[in-house]
Design a protein around this ligand. Structure first.
Ligand SMILES: [Zn+2]
Ligand SMILES: [Zn+2]
Length: 328
C-alpha cells in the first residue's frame, strides 16, 4: 500500500505550486491519492483537489483545472462555496460566461452574510469582471448598512460582524475603484474614515497586542521540545498555532485595531533573552517582553496583500493559506 497523503504534505505542495520544476508530478500525487482513497484525513480531499486546481490554473491548463474543481465541489457537499467560486471563475476564463456567472451569482448573497466570502469578488476581478465586482460590493454594502439601520436590537456579536464586513467590503471596493481610476464617492470616503478611525483606535489601545509573537514551523517544534511546559499555553501543532495567530489578528482588526504585525520568535533568541534578563523563559511575562524586544529588529505587517506570500512563511499566497483556513 502506498503512503497516505497528509495535510502537511498538501500544504507543502501548495507552497511549491507551479514553481516546482515538475508541477504535473505534484498534480498526479494529489489526484492519485484522492483516486486511491489515500488522503489521511478524508476531510482534506476537497483541499487536495483545490491545490491541484491552483497548480493547473497557473500552468494555463484551465480545462483540467475545471474538471478537478467540479470534483472538489462534489467532494464537499456541505461546505463547497469556495470550490464553487473557483469553478465559476474557471468557467468565466474558459469563455463559458453564462455558466460561470450563474455559479458566482448563486454565491453572491454570501457577501452580505459571510465575512470570509471575498473570494467570490476575487474570482470576478481575476476573470476580467471588475465592473460587476464593484456592483456586487456596492450592493452588499447597501444591504448591510440598511440592515444595521433597521435592526435596532442586534446582538453585540452581530454588530461586530456587520462592522467587520462593512470594513472589508468598503476597503476592497475603495482599492478596486482606485485601480480603475475612479474618483472618490461616498463609500470611498467611508472607507477612508474607517481606516483612519481604526488607526486611532489602535493608538488608544495601549495594552492591546499590536504585535504578536509567532513561531515559524521549525522553531515551534523545537520550542515545545525544549520547554515542554509551554504545551499548556500553546496549541499542540504548528498548524493550530498559526491559525490562532491569524484569528487573534482578525479579532483585533474587527475591534478597530490597525497597524498590526508579528515578530518571529526563535528558541535560541528566547533562551538568550531569558538568561540576559534573569527570567523564566516559559512565563507569559517573559514571552511578552521577548516579543517587545524583537520589535526593533522588524515587524512583519498584517495582513499581507491577498496575493502576497503568507505571513506564516509557508510560501503560499495569503489568500490560499492562513486567510481562508483560519476563518472556516
Ligand atoms: Zn481613499
Ligand atoms: Zn499561512
Amino acid at each position: 500500500m502506498s503512503e497516505l497523503l497528509t495535510a502537511d504534505r498538501i500544504e507543502e505542495i501548495a507552497a511549491l505550486g507551479s514553481e516546482s520544476p515538475d508541477p504535473a508530478a505534484l498534480v498526479a500525487e494529489l489526484v492519485g491519492a484522492v483516486d486511491e482513497g489515500r488522503v489521511a484525513d478524508p476531510d482534506d480531499t476537497g483541499y487536495a483537489l483545490l491545490v491541484a486546481v491552483d497548480i493547473l490554473e497557473q500552468a494555463g491548463d484551465l480545462a483540467d483545472a475545471l474538471t478537478l474543481a467540479t470534483r472538489a465541489v462534489a467532494e464537499q457537499p456541505d461546505d463547497n462555496a469556495y470550490a464553487r467560486a473557483v469553478r465559476g471563475g474557471l468557467l468565466l476564463r474558459l469563455g463559458r460566461s453564462d455558466e460561470g456567472l450563474t455559479e458566482l451569482t448563486a454565491l453572491r448573497p454570501l457577501l452580505e452574510t459571510d465575512p470570509k466570502s471575498m473570494y467570490v469578488v476575487d474570482e470576478l476581478v481575476e476573470s476580467g469582471h471588475a465592473e460587476l465586482a464593484l456592483e456586487w460590493l456596492t450592493g452588499a454594502l447597501d444591504a448591510i448598512l440598511e440592515r444595521t439601520r433597521t435592526q435596532q436590537h442586534a446582538s453585540e456579536d452581530a454588530q461586530d460582524e456587520a462592522a467587520a464586513m462593512i470594513y472589508g467590503l468598503a476597503q476592497q471596493r475603495h482599492d478596486l475603484r482606485e485601480e480603475a481610476g475612479l474618483p472618490h464617492d461616498e463609500y470611498d470616503n467611508l472607507a477612508d474614515r474607517l481606516r483612519a478611525a481604526s488607526t486611532h483606535a489602535l493608538d488608544a489601545l495601549d495594552d492591546g497586542p499590536a504585535t504578536l509573537l509567532f513561531w515559524p514551523k521549525a522553531e515551534f517544534d523545537a520550542l515545545l521540545v525544549r520547554w515542554p511546559v509551554l504545551a499548556e499555553s500553546h496549541p499542540p501543532t504548528w498548524d493550530e498555532h498559526r491559525t490562532t495567530v491569524e484569528r487573534a489578528f482578525v479579532e483585533t482588526s474587527a475591534r478597530g485595531g490597525a497597524d498590526l504585525g508579528l515578530v518571529n520568535g526563535t528558541v535560541d533568541g528566547l533562551a538568550a533573552f531569558a538568561e540576559r534578563t534573569g527570567s523564566d523563559p516559559t512565563s507569559e511575562e517573559t514571552l511578552d517582553e521577548y516579543a517587545d524586544s524583537l520589535d526593533e529588529a522588524g515587524v512583519t505587517a498584517w495582513p499581507p496583500g491577498r496575493n502576497d506570500t503568507c505571513w506564516c512563511g509557508s510560501g503560499a499566497k495569503y489568500k490560499k493559506c492562513c486567510l481562508p483556513r483560519s476563518r472556516g
